[in-house]
Design a protein around this ligand. Structure first.
Ligand code: GLU
Length: 296
């Protein structure tokens, strides 16, 4: 029997919800409701220097104003350190993760010695210097030994493939500053919360292959994935908290929902109340998903 549908929205409390993050929130809620499943909210506050005080409460309030109510009490990643530590320990014991002593400049120097400039999003791919030990240097971060090509399916984007070893390299699980990396925290929590379906913004699609590698290394199930279209600002940049996207205007939650729905391909929905609008949106979403599953 298939496991019950459990979806989630996992905002980082680094700023209020904006038009782009509402698209991901709404899509994950619609997909859970269309499947008769549960919808959870997880506050991803592991990157504490980037989190802003009070933002979690503000985001939960914004979701509530839009009628998006989680089915279980929200969970905070800052309270989950023991679970991340246990997963990391298991990975180290299996030889899947290893300590790394390299600083950014060590990594630059290692590549310079090869005369190659491997870069990805402005970051050097890790050259694997500490794979065979620290050579007496103090450990800074812990990395996953990333090997293999991951083929995965996105319910909207179709077949995806990434050679994680070659394209991303051994990635960080615990940072040199002691903070947990997003990749480890999200994989441990999706499994702990028995998330069957991940629905999130397309900017995160590139992380999926890394997360699948980690799931495999930890013997965890891989959920189904769907990445939603992004919202672009007038200057062509993706809307994000980092480039100062405006907080949702919740004077008129219906207008915000309607705009997010339009990004997801929902038609203009006539409804007397917000609850009716959401119910109509669930039906429209189910129709869109049915046509997607015959296409992909
Ligand atoms: N916390 C991540 C973000 O706000 C989302 C993580 C996820 O949905 O996997 O970008």
């Amino acid at each position: 029997m298939a496991s019950p549908y459990r979806g989630r929205f996992a905002p980082s409390p680094t700023g209020p919800l904006h038009a782009g993050s509402l698209v991901a929130a709404l899509a994950s809620w619609l997909d859970a409701r269309a499947h008769g499943g549960a919808w959870l909210v997880r506050i991803e506050d592991v990157d504490s220097p980037r989190c802003l005080a009070g933002m979690d409460g503000l985001i939960l309030g914004q979701l509530a104003a839009c009628g998006l109510h989680p089915d279980e009490p929200p969970c905070w990643q800052s309270a989950r350190g023991d679970a991340y530590a246990a997963a990391l320990q298991a990975l180290v014991e299996r030889g899947a993760a290893y300590p790394c002593a390299c600083s950014r400049s060590n990594i630059e120097a290692a590549w310079a010695a090869h005369g190659i400039a491997h870069q990805r999003f402005g970051e050097r791919i890790y050259p694997g210097t500490c794979r065979n030990g620290l050579q007496g240097r103090p450990a800074r971060a812990l990395r996953l030994r990333a090997e293999g090509v991951v083929d995965w399916h996105d319910r909207r984007l179709g077949a995806q493939r990434q050679d994680v070893g070659a394209e991303v390299g051994d990635f960080v699980l615990r940072r040199a500053d002691g903070l947990w990396a997003y990749q480890l925290a999200v994989v441990v929590d999706d499994a702990a919360q028995a998330i069957s379906h991940v629905v999130r913004g397309e900017d995160l699609a590139d992380n999926t292959a890394r997360q699948i590698l980690l799931q495999r290394a930890l013997n965890l199930a891989t959920p189904a994935y769907l990445h939603t279209p992004l919202v672009y600002a007038a200057d062509g940049h993706k809307l994000s908290k980092q480039n100062g996207a405006e907080a949702l205007d919740l004077e008129d939650p219906r207008a915000a929902l309607q705009a997010a729905g339009a990004v997801l391909g929902l038609p203009m929905l006539e409804a007397a109340t917000q609850a009716e609008w959401l119910a109509a949106a669930v039906a429209a979403w189910a129709g869109i998903m049915a046509s997607l599953s015959t296409r992909n």
